[in-house]
Design a protein around this ligand. Sequence first.
Ligand code: SAM
Length: 261
Amino acid sequence: MASARSTGSLTRGQLSPLDQLRLFEQKYDPGTRALIDRLGLPSDARCLELGAGAGSMAYWLAGRAERGSVLAVDTDPRHLDAGRAPNLSVRRADVTEEDFGEGAFDLILARAVLEHLPRPDETLARAARWLAPGGLLLVQDFYYLPAEHAATPVSRALVGAYVRRMEQQGADMGWARHLPSALARAGLSGVDGSVAPAGPGQSPQDDELIGTRLRQEGHTLVENGLVTQEELTSFVDALGSPHARDMTTLLVSAWGRRPRA
Ligand SMILES: C[S@@+](CC[C@H](N)C(=O)[O-])C[C@H]1O[C@@H](n2cnc3c(N)ncnc32)[C@H](O)[C@@H]1O
């Protein structure tokens, strides 16, 4: 009988980019929301979300900051609906180029965005200047643990291939480790952070995200000679079984506030 975590219950069809963003939100929203609640968000806060994706965090922030405002920006804003809340606006913008105004925001959130940018430190430092005194910058990015320490040989091959491919596309999958130091260098105070593991078996959403991506894009790893078809198939088939459990990456959350004076 298939277990609750068996890949048999996972989506077998093709997931659209929007479906993938939504799956990502399902996995990461509870943690991000709990963190923002813990750090405190005034109901009149002016919020900016960089690279807002499919919008779930922006919509949630608009509810929390009901007397404030939320600006959700993305280079591809087609999944963002400004009609979801009266205090929400949406803008097509490249955060590496656009300026959002000195001292204009009480909260800036950037989740899984900066690691994809060519010079993430530079964008982080610019974002720090968009904070009002006392304002909070919360950045979340993935730090990939060394592939050679993965739990199984196939996992070692797959994780190594995935990280190499992301890096070929310009992402820096080690940058998240620098987050607290980058926030401090940007002049923020009260810098702190936390980590949460992700990977096969860490949650049903992890298995679905990993399985779906590999079913859709895994063939490119095979075509580029990074893994064999047998390795790929065996990895995907093992998702959901206890021996496939691994911690391949850590979501690093780091935050700091602009000093008041
Ligand atoms: C991995 S998704 C994360 C989406 C959302 N932050 C979340 O956590 O659910 C990365 C998002 O960043 C956006 N993005 C990438 N580069 C960007 C840039 N230079 N300026 C603005 N948005 C960007 C992408 O279009 C995409 O929506």
